[in-house]
Unconditional design. Sequence first.
Length: 167
Amino acid sequence: MITNTKTKVCSKCHIEKPVLEFPLRGKYRIGYCIICSRNICRMWYKKNRAYAIEYNKQYQHNHKDRVANWRCNTNRKLKIKVLTFYGNGRCACSQCGEDRLACLSIDHINGGGHKHRNSKELARFSSFYRWLHQQHYPLGYRTLCMNCQFIKKSNTLEREKNDKNSN
Ligand SMILES: [Zn+2]
Ligand SMILES: [Zn+2]
């Protein structure tokens, strides 16, 4: 087991650092610390920018399925992560516990979700889940299933009707 107290000397900057600061490649940690390997990457990219862009383009062109698949998987993973956070640690409805992914979505607790989703701020992000992730999981949201969303909506409508009648 790797403990936090283990150290390793970086073969680039020769500084002794905790092993956790060395990136994993497969099962093993590489010889350069995270800072050095980032610098190496950056330097390489600077020198080979045109090549890297062309390579990426070619790769995306030649592996359309793989790239689409990868994108889909990343989005799915992110969705699960966000839903789990707002489901209080479970990828499930925070009200009834429904856990079929297709039924779940994020509820704006105080309403206004629709307006917010269409706002300019959100238009910059490819998805609402990505936005929540990039905002470091703001308060005021929860995971709800379609049924519970529906119940909430009809309760709100009911309440608004009662408010109107009582005025
Ligand atoms: Zn280093
Ligand atoms: Zn529910």
